[in-house]
Write a protein that binds this ligand. Structure first.
Ligand code: ADP
Ligand code: ADP
Length: 224
């Protein structure tokens, strides 16, 4: 099934002002269920802008964006937030774990935000996911007492909490040493193969990109 479809996506900042600037000039991109894609391109080329649009954090100025066959332009802000919570998982370069929470509580966050999940169910799910990323023993540890690679594995578990169709990872290994980066990448790859979860990974790392199914490069707001 088609998880993601972009047709002629354009994005301008400061619309209607004297400094209006178009930064995405008609992006076409489709991803099928189970795809594992690297998004590359120089700094300032529009990757973050594109990721924010695909992640339903920002709306395009024009063009079609469909997630799981749903045309997102037809959705209001509340419906968009709901769709985001239920279908998209996020992993960032700086994991953004909540430092006052344990690893387990961090993984529970997306379920807490979604509301209505019983506490025992959220805890059981979080523990299962921490087990999957090899961090069972760390579940009650404060997230900030863990290494960078471990924290990023918690972030992967958190991204999977709502069983998303699509995981968006913005330079997930950018802040890690080579060995940890490799482990984090391989973990995402395994989860992709096991669960069929679709991954879109922004990376500057050529070696990791070559190990993806497909590389899409954005240059100056266009797919190169
Ligand atoms: P953002 O997504 O925050 O707009 P980038 O993803 O382009 O910015 O870059 C994030 C960081 O990675 C920046 O500090 C940038 O200097 C650095 N960076 C950009 N290109 C490369 C590269 N080819 N190799 C390593 N680091 C890079
Ligand atoms: P990348 O992630 O590839 O580094 P970005 O999407 O961050 O690229 O940036 C693409 C272009 O959009 C850059 O020229 C950047 O300066 C511009 N840009 C990003 N965010 C804004 C904003 N909020 N307002 C105006 N221009 C922006």
């Amino acid at each position: 099934a088609e998880v993601l479809k972009l047709e002629q996506i354009r994005k301008s900042y400061n619309v209607g002002t004297a400094v209006e600037t178009e930064v995405l000039h008609g992006i076409d991109l489709a991803m099928q269920s189970g795809d594992f894609l690297a998004l590359m391109g120089p700094s300032g080329s529009g990757k973050s802008t594109l990721l924010n649009i695909i992640g339903l954090l920002d709306r395009p100025t024009s063009g079609l964006l469909a997630i799981d066959g749903v045309d997102t332009a037809t959705l209001g802000d509340a419906a968009l937030t709901q769709l985001r919570g239920q279908t998209i998982g996020f992993i960032f370069q700086y994991h953004y774990l909540i430092s006052a929470f344990t690893a387990c509580e961090n993984v529970m966050m997306p379920m807490l935000v979604d509301k209505g999940h019983p506490d025992a169910e959220m805890r059981a799910r979080a523990e299962q996911l921490l087990d999957r990323v090899g961090l069972s023993r760390w579940r009650d540890n404060n997230a900030t007492n863990m290494s960078g690679g471990q924290q990023q594995r918690v972030a992967i578990a958190r991204a999977l909490a709502m069983d998303p169709d699509l995981v968006l990872a913005d330079e997930p290994t950018g802040n890690l040493d080579t060995k940890s980066a490799d482990a984090v990448f391989e973990l995402m790859r395994q989860i992709n193969r096991e669960r069929g979860t679709t991954f879109l990974i922004v990376t500057h790392n050529d070696d990791l990109a070559k190990r993806c199914d497909r590389i899409v490069t954005v240059v100056d707001g266009r797919v190169a």
